[in-house]
Design a protein. Structure first.
Ligand code: NAP
Length: 241
């Protein structure tokens, strides 16, 4: 069994890649820039006894994505699972949003997910498969300064439902996971006092871990969830309740 996890050099993507390897998958480790971190993910997967290879490709670039899928087919074989995870956040209040940041967020968080889902569907169309999109609780909970990010994650939820309906007859499930605050480098840009404030608003009393997300992603990829498709599973310690 073969899985591709985008943005797997660190954070949630790395945790998903390791969990899927534990569950018996060989893993294609996509990343954008950090060669050393991607190599660490590959080594950790190999230490679990599975095959792994790093693929440097900007998911916003269709040609790079097409090339990556061709290489994965040659190197690891038929793809069974895609975890669409590579994403960026660049918080700004409406009047401060700049055009470059807006385009980058739309390109990576939306176009990148479509590029990879399209290529994965082409590979899975005969044998079936699983696609899991990493969304965010920000898609259902308004957080000041996250207008762009929320819009991209709302798009992820919408595409999940539509693609699930289109691909169900082909034996491909498409689901999304919407995490709340998860301890990764993505939180590094948020000031300490804001983080403390967010922490207090979580009924569970603490942030989640990348492993918490990976466990749900891996469950969605397991046969136990074969009949579940088009769903967005919120994973936020009760934050959005
Ligand atoms: P992170 O620690 O910032 O890691 C981001 C990963 O994405 C890195 O591996 C990075 O690669 C890769 N990446 C970024 N742009 C890329 C591109 N254009 N093409 C390919 N790879 C790219 O982020 P994270 O916290 O793990 O977040 C992962 C996903 O979870 C994102 O979709 C995010 O929106 C979502 N999420 C996160 C949280 C949270 O609290 N952390 C909450 C809800 C949802 P390089 O290392 O090479 O740059």
């Amino acid at each position: 069994m073969v899985a591709l996890v985008t943005g797997a050099s660190r954070g949630i993507g790395k945790a998903c890649a390791l969990k899927l390897a534990e569950d018996g998958y060989d893993v294609a480790v996509n990343y954008n820039s950090n060669d050393a971190k991607a190599a660490e993910t590959v080594a950790a997967i190999e230490a679990l006894g599975r095959k792994a290879k790093a693929y440097k490709a900007n998911t916003a670039d269709l040609k790079a994505v097409q090339g990556m899928f061709r290489e994965i087919q040659n190197d690891l074989g038929q793809l069974d699972v895609l975890v669409n995870n590579a994403g960026v956040v660049d918080d700004a209040y409406l009047l401060m949003i700049n055009e470059d940041s807006l385009s980058r967020s739309l390109d990576i968080n939306i176009k990148g997910y479509f590029h990879c889902a399209q290529q994965a569907a082409l590979k899975m169309i005969k044998k079936g498969g699983k696609i899991v999109n990493i969304s965010s609780v920000s898609s259902v909970l308004a957080v000041e300064g996250q207008g762009v990010y929320a819009a991209t994650k709302g798009a992820v939820n919408s595409m999940t439902a539509t693609l699930a309906k289109e691909l169900a007859p082909r034996g491909i499930t498409v689901n999304a996971v919407a995490p709340g605050f998860i301890e990764t480098e993505m939180l590094d840009n948020i000031p300490e006092d804001k983080l403390a404030e967010y922490n207090k608003s979580i009924p569970a009393g603490h942030f989640g871990t990348a492993k918490d997300v990976a466990n749900v992603v891996a469950a969605l990829c397991s046969p136990a969830f074969d009949y579940v498709t088009g769903q967005v599973i919120v994973l936020d310690g009760g934050l959005s309740l």
